[in-house]
Design a protein around this ligand. Structure first.
Ligand SMILES: *[C@@H]1O[C@H](CO)[C@@H](O)[C@H](O)[C@H]1NC(C)=O
Ligand SMILES: *[C@@H]1O[C@H](CO)[C@@H](O)[C@H](O)[C@H]1NC(C)=O
Ligand SMILES: *[C@@H]1O[C@H](CO)[C@@H](O)[C@H](O)[C@H]1NC(C)=O
Ligand SMILES: *[C@@H]1O[C@H](CO)[C@@H](O)[C@H](O)[C@H]1NC(C)=O
Ligand SMILES: *[C@@H]1O[C@H](CO)[C@@H](O)[C@H](O)[C@H]1NC(C)=O
Ligand SMILES: *[C@@H]1O[C@H](CO)[C@@H](O)[C@H](O)[C@H]1NC(C)=O
Length: 480
């Protein structure tokens, strides 16, 4: 089914960065809109469970690393003359960092950095040293560390001078990451105790290329490889129905992550949960979505999913893909419908075939997994169905049902102030009472601070070894 297309993507990753400030219709004259449009491309996640596990085990500040199996990429060039890089776009972290060509990782014989590229600071005449405190890491000890530097960077046809970013001399991730979250979530703040710097979305504002630190992300459906991120703008051509604006929920009184309140969940029109006030994290860097165990159990029962505790995820008959029911997420008013097709992820065994259940029925990976006592995350299995505007300046999120494969574009610049063009502010939006710590201080560990998700997903012996086989790249996940 999708496997061949996905493989083709991995093999032939080609990027279309581009366009920016386009002209308004002629009746308005040649006014330049201050937006920066960047094309994103999805790469097959070879081992989504594994990479989510690494991600979820780490604290929010440390969440920027992953393995080969990343998701949405953008093209960028850094330095003078320019050096090309592919960066993993991540709303769940806030630093841009790249590998250095001479790092312990990139100099390995297998040339792991070849795909995403690496950076040679001394080859760039615009490179400047900022400090030696760049260090991003996982609780398991893997990570990247080196210097913070600044250099010229070009994305989507826009160039920024002296953008600060990290360079890894030591690294365990073969591609750089473009974290576009809150500046307060930068590792220089959380780890080195320094003030926040302008990360890329903030620097676009400072440079006058966008007006507000806000951007729209449209991932498109599972069968499509291209999406886009529009800094400083909203594209009404890419969503259907209304765009609704909701407040971001603070955690311990701090706005540093894209948490919103989910109030209800239905499957095929039947209630899974209602009257909820549950904080959920919008995280483009997470492959699957993670919800409270009781809700997930209920969903699994209804779709006939078999949970594998060693993998921390469940398998469903692949035929669920053609079921026309939707899983609907409500956030006070806006409701995002996710088609079954978007929740059924293909797997192929090392023999090149799909795994099967003991009765011979083909098994696929289901896109929703239990959060345990960890963070509730709406990852890509949800985000592909949503058009999301992240307004960092005003701590608000606007949501609408995405229009897959949209071809019409209707871009508005996001102006100063608080209004999101075309959006309706949700009145009486529900405040999260679970999944978030409402007060600051050093009370009990709250959302994101617990590590119990890892227990749920802990690796263990396997009876099957499954692989997602694409373009000769094989990664195994273990299954019972
Ligand atoms: C984007 O990346 C692809 C793949 O490396 C490359 O062919 C293309 O030249 C890049 N474009 C730019 C503008 O860097
Ligand atoms: C953004 O760039 C993509 C890729 O070139 C293009 O298809 C899309 O129409 C652009 N969107 C806008 C709003 O310019
Ligand atoms: C640049 O070259 C100098 C001199 O060889 C070296 O000391 C320095 O570490 C290099 N800088 C980087 C960032 O690689
Ligand atoms: C980065 O931080 C980790 C965890 O605090 C620490 O173990 C490691 O030594 C640091 N690396 C460097 C190069 O400072
Ligand atoms: C979007 O385009 C892809 C690739 O052409 C196609 O496979 C998919 O079915 C389309 N999705 C929708 C919802 O039309
Ligand atoms: C689709 O899935 C829903 C939820 O599991 C189920 O109630 C419904 O019967 C299924 N429809 C078909 C046609 O299988």
């Amino acid at each position: 089914m999708r496997t061949r297309e996905l493989c083709a993507m991995v093999a032939g990753l080609a990027y279309f960065p581009v366009a920016h400030a386009r002209n308004l219709p002629s009746n308005v004259g040649q006014v330049q809109r201050k937006v920066v449009n960047l094309s994103t491309q999805r790469k097959t996640v070879l081992n989504p469970i594994q990479r989510d596990r690494l991600r979820r085990r780490s604290g929010s500040i440390e969440a920027a690393l992953d393995n080969e199996e990343t998701l949405y990429f953008v093209n960028a060039t850094v330095g003078t003359p320019s050096q090309s890089l592919r960066l993993h776009l991540d709303t769940g972290s806030s630093d841009l960092w790249v590998n250095t060509a001479g790092s312990n990782l990139c100099t390995q014989r297998s040339d792991p950095c070849a795909f995403a590229g690496s950076y040679v600071a001394n080859d760039s005449s615009t490179y400047e040293f900022v400090g030696d405190w760049f260090n991003i890491s996982y609780v398991d000890g893997s990570g990247a560390s080196g210097d913070y530097v600044s250099d010229t960077i070009t994305i989507g046809g826009s160039t920024l001078d002296r953008l600060q970013f990290g360079i890894g001399y030591t690294s365990s991730s073969s591609q750089g990451i473009l974290g576009i979250g809150y500046p307060s979530n930068e590792v220089q703040v959380g780890r080195a105790g320094k003030d926040a710097y302008d990360n890329l979305p903030a620097a676009l504002v400072t440079a006058g290329q966008t007006t507000r630190n806000a951007y729209s992300l449209w991932l498109n459906d599972l069968d499509a490889s291209r999406g886009s991120i529009l800094f400083g703008g909203v594209d009404a051509g890419q969503y259907s129905g209304s765009l609704y604006t909701l407040p971001i929920q603070a955690n311990r009184g701090v706005y540093s992550e894209f948490l919103i309140t989910m109030t209800a969940l239905t499957l095929a029109g039947e209630t899974i949960a209602d009257n909820q006030a549950l904080a959920v994290l919008l995280d483009s860097g997470s492959s699957l979505s993670y919800l409270p165990d009781d809700m997930v159990q209920d969903i699994y029962d209804r779709v006939n999913a078999q949970y594998d505790s060693s993998a921390g995820a469940a398998y469903v008959p692949c035929s669920l893909e053609s079921n026309s029911s939707t899983l609907d997420f409500t956030f006070t008013s806006p409701k995002i419908s996710v088609q079954m097709k978007e929740l059924v992820l293909d797997l192929v065994t090392s023999s090149g075939r799909r795994p099967t259940f003991s009765n011979g029925v083909e098994a696929c990976l289901f896109g929703i997994a239990p959060a345990g006592s960890g963070t509730n995350v709406l990852g890509d299995t949800f985000l592909r169905s949503a058009y999301v505007v992240y307004d960092i300046d005003n701590n608000q999120i606007s949501l609408a049902q995405t229009k897959f494969n949209a071809t019409q574009s209707d871009v508005s610049e996001i102006p100063t102030g608080t209004t999101i063009p075309g959006a309706t502010v949700v009145s009486n939006s529900v405040e999260a009472t679970s999944g978030v710590v409402r007060t600051d201080g050093n009370g009990n560990a709250g959302l994101g601070d617990t590590d119990s998700g890892a227990t749920l997903i802990a690796a263990s012996a396997s009876t099957y070894i499954l692989a997602l086989l694409c373009a000769g790249v094989t990664t195994y996940i273990t299954l019972y």
